[in-house]
Design a binder for this molecule. Structure first.
Ligand code: ZN
Length: 258
């Protein structure tokens, strides 16, 4: 299986038989770092798209990607409403209405779990407002047009190999304890949205005990709304306190084979 990080929470997975995307987002803005040269029209061989929630940095490019190929999308109800508003045919949208929703494909299985969005903390909100200044109304308006809806996390199974993707880091201890009952090979965890995100992400690793963790979403995807997140404290904590978990920091558009 080949895994490619697309920036933000986006990944492309090639199982050998099928290609699917998770939270693909390319549009960013001209000041974003790193620069993403891929565009939605470059992605046409995707069978499925799995979405964690409806915020713009997760959902925005899905209508354009779907316009260039035959993909179907799996998401929760509010996000489905956004996609329909943006021109996606209802017949290509599968709505995840319940927890532990399962779908079985030829070369992999996908399972959705109800999760939560991280709560932006006061310090992060203040820093963000200082950065965006007069852009507040435009960016606030964009945010309100893309409501999160029910947040999902996605578990993918390839034979005995299991990979779990979170698009936001708001899971409760109960949610993580429940997910921890299954062994996990690869955890993909977003490091964005909270001043103490390195500590929060570390709790996911401590609880889920994956063989490998891939941090994502730390890139500066939409400045000044975003800023680069220094993930070094997270990497250090995992190496020191969970030495059986390998930390794999990917470069944008890098592909690894698992
Ligand atoms: Zn979000």
């Amino acid at each position: 299986m080949k895994l490619k990080w697309l920036g933000t929470a986006g990944f492309q997975v090639d199982t050998g038989g099928q290609v699917f995307l998770i939270d693909p987002y390319f549009s960013r803005n001209p000041k974003a770092k790193p620069v993403q040269t891929l565009q939605p029209c470059d992605i046409s061989d995707t069978g499925q798209i799995f979405l964690t929630h409806g915020h713009s940095d997760h959902i925005y490019d899905i209508p354009a990607i779907m316009a260039h190929g035959g993909a179907t999308v799996y998401c929760s109800e509010i996000a489905a409403g956004t996609l329909v508003r943006e021109g996606v045919d209802k017949g290509r949208i599968h709505i995840v209405k319940g927890d532990a929703y399962k779908v079985d494909f030829d070369s992999y299985k996908a399972e959705a779990f109800f999760s939560r969005h991280i709560k932006f903390d006061k310090e992060l909100m203040e820093q963000t407002l200082l950065r965006i200044g007069p852009d507040y109304h435009r960016l606030g308006n964009m945010h309100s047009q893309y409501p999160a809806g029910q947040v999902l996390s996605w578990r993918f199974t390839f034979g005995r190999f299991t990979m779990h993707h979170f698009g936001s880091g708001g899971s409760t201890p109960e949610e993580l304890a429940r997910l921890a009952t299954n062994p996990l090979d690869v955890l993909m965890i977003p490091l964005q949205g909270h001043t103490h995100i390195c500590d929060i992400a570390f709790e996911y690793v401590r609880e889920l005990k994956p063989h490998m963790v891939i941090p994502h979403h730390q890139d500066d995807f939409y400045p000044p709304l975003s800023t680069y997140v220094d993930i070094a404290p997270f990497v250090k904590a995992v190496k020191e306190r969970c030495p059986s978990t390998e930390v794999r920091v990917m470069a944008m558009n890098e592909t690894i084979t698992l």
